[in-house]
Design a protein around this ligand. Structure first.
Ligand code: 13P
Length: 375
């Protein structure tokens, strides 16, 4: 029997009699591929600046600032107006508040980014809540009304999205938690693509625990297998997504640590086993590594060509020194922007596999890990 190709129609379940094969097509397909490639360009990566108001507030409080809309705006304005940032940063993920916000001079934050050739992105998940009958694990909310919100975000200038779900190794993880994480990510990715937003797919395997690097590899393989299975079921177009994995490392409390070469070898092994080459970019999170570790590990992964663009989408490993330098003081504003540029350049070099750590300060080696971290 001839196979019929029909766009936009759900495929029958396996084994049913009608054998139509679906080639999914939306009006945004070409744009999604172009956006994903624009973000995944040589020597550039993503600045994650989409901390929730509570988390951003904690950062600001650590340097003596109050957690108000105004102080969050001042800080985010510092980031997006950093001169020359677009050379190293191709995309910036924002929290909803920032997407619709204007700078002190009345310019839209999104405009500050696009002017520098940086693609504006938006965090679209609604955070984690306890998952009933699991091993104390969580699930990620946000699918209700997501299509409408994505439409509004696109109109506001966003061209990519992020959804962060988490997997805990010490918790098992349980099969229901893995499945729920993967299925939620797949539904989100399908909805985002239909609204013209490139989905960043992020099942963050948390650093918490004493597990060794082999146990981490096993769990990472499990979650990515589930995630790709459900993304395929949901007809997500792999050419129009970006991944945001955690690196494959020993747990934060493991007795044996791993060198950047070992982390790179394990992480690339996991990715080669699980990620089709159709995916344009792998944009790692830093997950509590120090700025230095995150950069060294990325550099080690780029010592030979990969099937995908292998880069960064760091929050803590790009912002830690910036906050410490700024201290909320106008006289430190410029120095803080320079410190952001310096971290962005270091990671740009690492994306190109030519990072040299010899000039790094001791502060860059400070751990940013926090147990039970909430984004
Ligand atoms: P970290 O780099 O601080 O882990 O954050 C990245 C992120 O966006 C998590 O969702």
């Amino acid at each position: 029997m001839a196979l019929s190709f029909k766009a936009g129609v759900a495929a029958p379940v396996a084994g049913s009699r009608a054998r139509s094969v679906v080639v999914r097509a939306t009006k945004y397909d070409e744009e999604l591929v172009a956006t994903a490639h624009k973000i995944a360009t040589a020597g550039r990566g993503i600045l994650a600046m989409d901390e929730s108001n509570a988390t951003c507030g904690k950062r600001l409080q650590s340097i003596g600032l109050e957690n108000t809309e105004d102080s969050r705006r001042t800080y985010r304005e510092l980031l997006v107006t950093t001169p020359g940032l677009g050379k190293y940063i191709s995309g910036a993920i924002m929290f909803e508040e920032t997407l619709f916000q204007k700078t002190s001079t009345g310019k839209r934050m999104t405009e500050c980014l696009t002017e520098q050739g940086i693609v504006p992105g938006i965090k679209v998940d609604k955070g984690l809540v306890p998952l009933a009958n699991s091993n104390g694990e969580s699930w990620c909310m946000g699918l209700d009304g997501l299509d409408t919100r994505c439409g509004d975000y696109y109109k506001a200038g966003a061209r990519f999205a992020k959804w962060r779900s988490v997997v805990s190794i010490p918790a098992g993880p349980s099969l229901i938690a893995l499945r729920d994480c993967a299925y939620g990510l797949a539904r989100y990715a399908a909805i985002a693509q239909n609204a013209g937003l490139v989905p960043i797919v992020e099942p963050e395997v948390l650093l918490d625990g004493e597990q060794d690097i082999d146990q981490c590899l096993e769990v990472q393989e499990a979650i990515w297998a589930e995630t790709f299975k459900y993304m395929a079921d949901n007809k997500v177009m792999f050419e129009g997504i970006l991944l945001k994995p955690a690196m494959v490392t020993p747990g934060a409390d493991a007795k044996v640590k791993s060198s950047p070469e070992t982390v790179a070898a394990y992480t690339l092994k996991m990715l080669r086993r699980r990620v089709p080459p159709a995916v344009p970019g792998i944009m790692f999170l830093s997950g509590g590594q120090s700025e230095l570790e995150a950069t060294l590990n990325l550099n080690a992964m780029n010592q030979s060509p990969n099937p995908w663009h292998v880069s960064f989408s760091y929050a803590r490993a790009l912002q830690n020194s910036v906050l410490k330098t700024w201290q909320g003081k106008p006289e430190n504003y410029k120095a803080a922007q320079e410190s952001l540029l310096q971290r962005a350049k270091a990671n740009s070099d690492a994306q190109l596999g030519k990072y040299d750590a010899s000039g790094e300060s001791a502060a860059a080696g400070e751990r940013t890990y926090e147990k039970g971290y909430k984004y």
